[in-house]
Each structure stands twice: as structure tokens, then as C-alpha cells.
Write a protein that binds this ligand. Structure first.
Ligand code: HEM
Length: 208
């Protein structure tokens, strides 16, 4: 299988935050409210993986290297895995599996609904990230996978609602997301691809 070593590296890198948090949790390193800390960290990591996934197409356009696209699905699935654990953490640690508290949260904290919408987008993407779905859905698969854009927007809105006063980290993620979306706009995307092609032909001429 091509890019096997790279996939293993991504797997190990993606497991690393979990291993660190388990280690910290065992040694009281997660602060006074470990459940809340864990939920927050899982949410941020899901968002980071989502942004890394979004970066794969522009990186491919810039470098011409197919490996970026080969890693895209794996990274997207890691974003979903962290989002899944984030929601599971919320249900266990913050709600204590109390459905009454969930209904209260839904009516008092609209950001939960925004998070659930982002999560639903990720769920659809994860569910159809396999060869069978690609074959079955044909052209519709590409359209469906544009759900990554609302997923990013909703996740950022969800975060903004929570961190309201401390905007530093949120601004950074939003700037990265905006840049990654801008380079997809046809005039910019075409210019980038042209630049990449020119660079590659110069490099191959030098090698020859
Ligand atoms: C059903 C879906 C979701 C629920 C119920 C949910 C719930 C929550 C809750 C309760 C918090 C605040 C925890 C606290 O500090 O009190 C939070 C924070 C956060 N969530 Fe979600 N979330 C959902 C989906 C998502 C998704 C899909 C993402 C990203 C892809 C995400 C990313 C974040 C981020 C970045 C934070 C802010 C962490 C921080 O810096 O404090 N969430 N979420």
C-alpha cells in the first residue's frame, strides 16, 4: 500500500493527544475540573483536525504531491473521532447522562445546537468516507462532501459562542479557515495551480 509509513505516522500523531491526556488524568494533571478540561481539549482537537483536513487540497495544488490527498480521509476521520469523544465527554462529565439537564442546556445554551449541527455534518462525511459510498453516490458524493465547509463554519461559531471574551485562539483558527477557504476560490485556485505547475516544470528541467 502506498504512503503506508505516512499513514502510520498520522495514526501515531493523532493518538498522541489522547495518550497525553490519559497520562495527565492519572496524575491529576487535568486541573480542578478534569471532565470540563477534557471536553474542551477534545473539541479544540476535533477543530484542529478539521482544519488540517481542509489544508490537504491546497497543499496538493501547491506541491503537486498526491500524498496529501491520500491522507485527507484519515485526517477527516480523526476529526470525527475527536468530535465523537467530545460529545461523549459532554454527555458523561458535564451532563452525567441526565436527559433533563440536556433539555435545559438545549434551551439555555444555543451553542449546543450549533455544535450538534457541526457534528451532524461530520457524521455524514465520516459515514460516506468509504469506497462503497463513493461508487454508490457517484457525482453526488463530491457535492455531499462539501459539507466540510458548513462543518468548519458551525464549529467556529460554536467555539465563538463559548470563548466570547478570550478570542485569541478563536481568531487564529478563523484566520486559518478563511485562508484555506479563500485559496479554493476559482481565480485564486487556478493561479496557485499555475504557479505550482511552473515551479515543477522548472525543478524537473533542473533535475534533467
Ligand atoms: C452535539 C455536538 C456538540 C456538543 C453537545 C458540544 C458541546 C460543547 C460544550 C458543552 C462545550 C463547552 C464545554 C465547557 O467549557 O463548558 C464545547 C466546547 C467546544 N466545542 Fe463542542 N460540542 C459539540 C460539537 C462540536 C464539534 C463538532 C466541534 C468541532 C469540530 C466542537 C468544538 C468545540 C470547541 C472548539 C469548543 C471550545 C473549547 C474551548 O476552547 O473552551 N464541538 N462543546
Amino acid at each position: 500500500m502506498r504512503y503506508r509509513a505516512l499513514r502510520v505516522l498520522v495514526f501515531l500523531g493523532a493518538c498522541l493527544p489522547l495518550a497525553i491526556w490519559v497520562y495527565q488524568g492519572l496524575g491529576d494533571g487535568l486541573g480542578a475540573d478534569p471532565g470540563k478540561t477534557l471536553v474542551d481539549r477534545l473539541g479544540v482537537t476535533a477543530l484542529i483536525f478539521l482544519l488540517i483536513t481542509l489544508a490537504m487540497t491546497p497543499l496538493r495544488a501547491l506541491s503537486g504531491w498526491g500524498g496529501w490527498i491520500a491522507l485527507r480521509r484519515q485526517l477527516g476521520l480523526w476529526s470525527f473521532a475527536y468530535a465523537f469523544l467530545h460529545v461523549a465527554g459532554y454527555a458523561f462529565f458535564l451532563l452525567a447522562l441526565d436527559t433533563g439537564q440536556l433539555l435545559k442546556d438545549l434551551s439555555e445554551r444555543p451553542y449546543i445546537i450549533v455544535g450538534a449541527l457541526a457534528w451532524s455534518c461530520l457524521f455524514c462525511l465520516a459515514l460516506t468516507s468509504n469506497r462503497f459510498s463513493i461508487r454508490r453516490l457517484g457525482k453526488r458524493w463530491k457535492r455531499l462532501h462539501r459539507l466540510i465547509y458548513p462543518a468548519v463554519g458551525l464549529a467556529l461559531l460554536h467555539m465563538l459562542w463559548i470563548v466570547r471574551s478570550d478570542l485569541g485562539e478563536w481568531t487564529l483558527y478563523t484566520a486559518i479557515a478563511t485562508a484555506l477557504l479563500l485559496v479554493r476560490f476559482p481565480p485564486l485556485a487556478t493561479a496557485l495551480e499555475r504557479h505550482a505547475k511552473r515551479r515543477h516544470s522548472t525543478i524537473s528541467k533542473k533535475v534533467e
